[in-house]
Write a protein that binds this ligand. Structure first.
Ligand code: ZN
Ligand code: ZN
Length: 341
């Protein structure tokens, strides 16, 4: 599979990703790594190179990045190691012990990095896959009513496409996303949203709507459970695009023959916020999965005239009044149960 963002080989099928997870972050007998205090500065500006097996303990990779940041004048050497940034591992899943990282398995999200240093990190630190400069906001659409223009982080070097593995009762899902464009969600052993979708779905569920689908976690959970008709929607281009892409990634778990992408990544990037729902992907085969990009207030226009089970996973969960308002608007036109996962 070709990466839609960089054209490289950063994406694989769920099959290949899941096959590799058993050993991907395990050390070889020769691997060794120091556990470093993340709240303290790095001592002696020293780091170990990767092992001959190609892996290196995550703290040692952070030490390497820290040294580059000191050499480049971003750090004076008194900053704590954690100031380097947030590591996002590819593929991300629940780990019992810190990982030994193989090449190109780390997307660094950093508030302090510059473009020049990002290029150096991608060229010199083999584990780094991409470098993203973060801001003090959540990337993507933060306002479900689409009144506030979305903001994104900056991909400075490499590629920031990576996958997370989410366990469901019917098996794992592999979900890709572009880290500069969307909020960061970590896989956990217990995922209350996935569980609430699994509780709501019965053998009688014919239609499932993931009305604010993000990268497709809940819609694909329903699809993995065998619901015959799934509709996913998100106003944000990056969410809708990756939902569609993630159907392909996980297609072996689904009763589909083909995923038809009706829009390219570039076309969607040119229309970052969708208003009137536009279909961007659909499947052929026994299971029908459609992805739309649009305002969920208008989603009823493309829904079937039968009761549907709708998950409304909105970003601003703490604003109860807003959630109620949006849910009420949606219910005016759509029959069937609506739930907040
Ligand atoms: Zn890529
Ligand atoms: Zn090793």
């Amino acid at each position: 599979m070709k990466c839609p963002v960089c054209g490289g080989d950063c994406v694989d099928t769920a099959h290949d990703i899941l096959l590799a997870t058993g050993q991907v972050f395990s050390p070889c007998p020769a691997c060794h790594g120091r556990i470093l205090d993340k709240r303290a500065p790095l001592k002696n500006r020293f780091y170990e190179p990767p092992c001959t097996c190609g892996k290196r303990f995550i703290d040692e990779v952070f030490a390497h990045i820290y040294v580059v940041m000191v050499e480049e004048g971003i750090f004076s050497g008194t900053e704590p190691l954690a100031k380097v940034g947030m590591p996002l591992i590819h593929p991300g899943f629940v780990m019992r012990v810190p990982p030994y990282l193989p090449a190109r398995s780390l997307v660094l999200v950093s508030a302090v990095v510059t473009s020049e240093v990002a290029v150096r990190l991608v060229n010199e630190v083999p584990e780094v896959r991409g470098v993203v400069r973060s801001g003090d906001f959540v990337p993507g659409i933060a306002d479900p009513e689409l009144g506030v223009a979305p903001r994104t982080y900056d991909l400075l070097a490499g590629c920031d496409v990576r996958a997370s593995i989410f366990p469901t009762s019917s098996g794992s899902l592999v979900l890709y996303q572009q880290q500069s464009q969307i909020h960061i969600e970590f896989p956990r052993n217990y995922n209350p949203k996935i569980e609430s979708v699994e509780r709501k779905i019965t053998l009688n569920t014919q239609w499932f709507v993931d009305a604010a689908c993000g990268v497709g976690t809940l819609g694909l959970t329903a699809a993995r459970l065998g619901v015959p008709h799934i509709i996913m929607n998100d106003a944000w281009f990056s969410a809708a695009f990756w939902s569609a892409f993630n159907i392909s990634v996980n297609s072996e778990f689904l009763a589909i023959d083909e995923v038809v992408l009706l829009r390219t990544y570039e076309e969607m990037k040119d229309r970052p916020v969708g208003r009137m729902p536009e279909k961007i992907a659909e499947t052929r085969g026994r299971q029908s999965i459609e992805v739309y990009q649009g305002d969920l207030a208008d989603l009823y226009r493309v829904l079937p005239g039968v009761p549907v089970l709708t998950a409304l996973d909105l970003f601003n969960k703490e604003d109860a009044g807003l959630i109620q308002h949006i849910t009420a608007l949606y219910r005016e036109h759509v029959s069937g149960e609506v739930f907040i996962p």
